[in-house]
Design a protein around this ligand. Structure first.
Ligand SMILES: [Zn+2]
Length: 441
């Protein structure tokens, strides 16, 4: 441990916690121990946390009181009586989800736009907020990072408040804008990184990808980073490949959602661990029925330490595959594991026969045609999709037939039609992130 890391951990962070009435260090120390518990022990804590949260919700939170749920000695039986909770349900009864006994000055409001464009907001208390920050910090530690080490971070807003600016300065964080940035600023930043294997780099998966592509395009080929941490959107295989090649560092992907649910992060063996005693997850089909392990389905999450505004069986809008429970990771951590997060349901094309065409299918095909600069897939009805594309000057229309037949290899004969539209411009999402699939189903 370097002197700076030691001072950060033992002086700066505890002072910060005292000043902001938070408890990040306490939570972090606890998580550092919990991660090495055996999976049975983690499972027991999870069950106990679930039982206690459901009891709280049934007795104190008006939205859940009205559901007339019968508590069972087995918390999983109790849990299944709760309907799946969608963003629109929270909007319709917002105050009904808030613990009436929660002290008002202790509440922190979060807001997010989400890639589906549906705005969400809610409350956590300081302790719950600290728990989320601690888990994020733990994930970054899995990537080798210790707070206080030089870090570059991309974000969506440069207007960091005083608290965050102070934190950035003390923790040696260099903050850069993730989207809508000028190419020359990024190139300047990348040139600074040349040859210096000093920095960790944390950012949105898509912005890290853009940075790596710009480095390649501008012949900046000597960047060496300690490691790269991604968050915020999907880490596609082609993103990961490009980032690892250009930055000479391993990518550690993490997945949380803005409602404070810290879902899973990648360890040094590349496995995604689910933060079990903090969150209980279920993978379900589109009707809400559980799917077997090792099967693709929708993620439904219950934050187990969120008492201020309990979100029970919350539909996160993403899809994933949970691994069979007996699978152990070589790293020795006892958390359950999952395969990659496939992406949001709005990023997936569905077919009449119920097949899912995930975004990777399209990116893997399109990356082999360098005469197409950019594309976007739009689905409004089950029977067909429209693909918008921006051609390069040497584009020939014949490749579209090739692309069509390659996409259709993933479907049953006749169940999907594909139309193409040549465009000059493909808009980003309101948050500025590039979007490859846009589904209105
Ligand atoms: Zn592991």
């Amino acid at each position: 441990m370097s002197i700076y890391t030691y001072i950060t951990e033992n002086l700066i962070l505890p002072l910060g916690d005292a000043a902001f009435k938070s408890s990040v260090m306490k939570n972090l120390r606890s998580w550092r121990k919990v991660q090495w518990l055996k999976s049975d022990a983690i499972d027991q804590i999870e069950q106990a946390n679930l039982k206690s949260l459901l009891h709280h919700a049934i007795h104190h939170i008006s939205h859940y009181k009205n559901l007339n749920i019968v508590e069972d000695p087995d918390p999983l039986v109790t849990l299944r009586q709760f309907p799946i909770l969608y963003k629109k349900d929270i909007k319709a009864d917002f105050n009904g989800f808030i613990d009436p006994t929660a002290s008002k000055e202790n509440l922190i409001k979060y807001m997010s736009s989400g890639s589906s464009g549906v705005q969400s907001e809610g409350f956590v208390n300081r302790e719950e907020d600290s728990a989320s920050i601690a888990i994020q910090t733990l994930w970054w530690e899995w990537a080798g990072y210790k707070m206080g080490q030089p870090l570059i971070q991309t974000g969506v807003s440069l207007s960091r408040g005083l608290k965050k600016k102070l934190k950035d300065a003390l923790l040696r964080v260099k903050y850069v804008l993730a989207f809508n940035h000028y190419e020359k600023d990024i190139i300047q930043l990348l040139q600074q990184l040349n040859h210096s294997k000093k920095y960790y780099f944390a950012g949105y998966a898509s912005s890290l990808f853009v940075f790596s592509q710009l480095a390649k395009k501008n012949g900046i080929d000597n960047i060496k980073l300690k490691s790269v941490i991604s968050f915020g959107d999907k880490m596609f295989p082609h993103y990961r490949k490009s980032i690892q090649e250009v930055f000479g560092a391993k990518v550690y992907d993490t997945y949380g959602c803005c409602e404070g649910i810290m879902f899973s992060g990648q360890c040094e063996f590349g496995n995604y661990h689910i933060m079990s005693p903090h969150v209980h997850i279920e993978i379900v089909d589109k009707d809400g029925n559980p799917v077997p392990d090792d099967t693709l389905g929708y993620i439904v999450a219950t934050r187990l330490d969120g008492y201020t505004m309990p979100l029970i069986r919350y539909y996160m809008g993403d899809m994933a595959i949970k691994k069979a429970s007996k699978t152990q990771c070589e790293c020795g951590r006892g958390f359950p594991m999952m395969e990659q997060i496939i992406g949001r349901d709005t990023d997936i094309v569905r077919t009449q026969k119920g097949k899912y065409l995930v975004v990777h299918i399209f990116t893997l095909i399109f990356e082999q045609y360098n005469t197409i600069k950019q594309f976007r897939v739009i689905q409004k009805v089950l029977e067909n999709i429209e693909i918008e594309y921006i051609p390069e000057p040497n584009f020939e229309a014949a490749v579209l037939d090739e692309i069509t037949s390659r996409i259709l290899l993933n479907t049953e004969p006749g169940e999907l039609k594909i139309n193409y539209t040549c465009v000059d411009f493909i808009p980003a999402t309101p948050s500025g992130k590039p979007q490859i699939i846009q589904s209105f189903l």
